[in-house]
Design a protein around this ligand. Structure first.
Ligand SMILES: [Zn+2]
Length: 323
């Protein structure tokens, strides 16, 4: 008896292709096939056959494609952006691989800008915390030339440390954007922001709050979601409020939030009084939001505040009320 899985495999086009005799190009030795790819850098070549894709599956080929399309101007901006998007969408383009590429590309110059004897050399790159590197986007002519779509795989949960670091580095050093015209991608990105709140991933929430390339500025709707659905993680709620205020949001009236506050206070939860105070502060003329007012700290309910010199750049991190 043939199992359903094996039956499905037998009728799949891939199985038929594997069973067919190899074409002359598929039968070429790996070295020659890889040489053809590196000389042509045609990204359609691995798509032409699983045999060819398997033979081209190597760091050598991946790096060659990255150097050609992520690091060199090919003279056709639209085509280059399209090819860059395809490269980032590949499964092999992981955070680890991208770091390898950046190191290979800039190591000899000794600066992330790729220029030898740079007077303001930034090296080695701080991949985990790009905010610590003092540069403007103009200092990175090569990386900022990467102007393509952020792959959907980096826009949704689960928000692993690796994913957050990769997305943060790309947003900070390249010109990549979300394809908002694509409804599916749009949905993924909007859900990704909610995933970050539900996963209590402060770093991911912060990315969405402070980078307009990752979506609209937050409003009270997101505060409501973070309180009602996200359990009022105060660091997250505070960052959403502060970010919304910085981006000019001023309408802080909300019945659902007031009701939540009332119930939380009635149940003796300190979060209720804290949120009541924050909403009062925001509703006053001028809309002040104090990081220290109403502060308390108990295990599992602490407030972490990032002070932003601008809406996008985090300069100082202060932990409040740490035991
Ligand atoms: Zn430099």
């Amino acid at each position: 008896m043939v199992s359903a899985n094996i039956q499905a495999a037998i009728i799949s086009p891939y199985y038929k292709q594997w069973k067919m005799p190899l074409s002359p190009i598929e039968a070429l030795p790996v070295e020659i096939l890889q040489d053809i790819f590196v000389r042509s850098l045609n990204l359609d070549l691995p798509l032409s056959s699983p045999h060819i894709a398997a033979k081209l599956s190597s760091t050598h080929c991946y790096l060659a494609a990255c150097f050609e399309y992520l690091y060199t101007h090919i003279g056709d901006r639209i085509r280059q952006s399209r090819l860059q998007s395809r490269i980032f969408a590949n499964r092999w383009m992981t955070w680890q691989f991208f770091q390898t590429f950046v190191i290979k590309a800039c190591e000899a110059a000794g600066c992330m800008c790729g220029q030898h004897q740079c007077e303001k050399a930034i090296w080695p790159p701080d991949f985990a915390n790009p905010k610590s590197m003092p540069f403007t986007i103009g200092h990175l002519p090569r990386l900022s030339y990467i102007k393509c779509r952020i792959p959907p795989k980096l826009l949704h949960g689960p928000w692993t440390e690796e994913k957050v670091q990769f997305l943060r580095f790309l947003v900070r050093t390249t010109s990549m954007t979300v394809d908002w015209a694509d409804r599916d991608v749009r949905k993924i990105a909007l859900q990704g922001k909610k995933d970050a709140i539900l996963e209590h991933n402060y770093e991911a929430v912060e990315l969405f709050n402070h980078n307009r390339r990752l979506g609209r500025a937050p409003t009270i709707e997101l505060v409501r979601f973070a309180v009602l659905d996200g359990g009022c993680d105060r660091s997250i709620v505070y960052d959403i409020m502060a970010s919304a205020r910085n981006w000019g949001y001023r309408n802080w009236d909300d019945e659902a939030l007031d009701k939540w506050v009332e119930q939380a206070i009635a149940q003796g939860s300190p979060k209720g009084q804290w949120l009541e105070l924050k909403l009062k502060e925001l509703r006053r003329p001028g809309g002040y939001l104090g990081p220290h007012t109403g502060e308390y700290s108990i295990d599992g309910d602490e407030l972490v505040v990032n002070f932003h010199r601008t809406c996008r750049v985090s300069e100082v991190r202060t932990r409040l009320g740490r035991n």
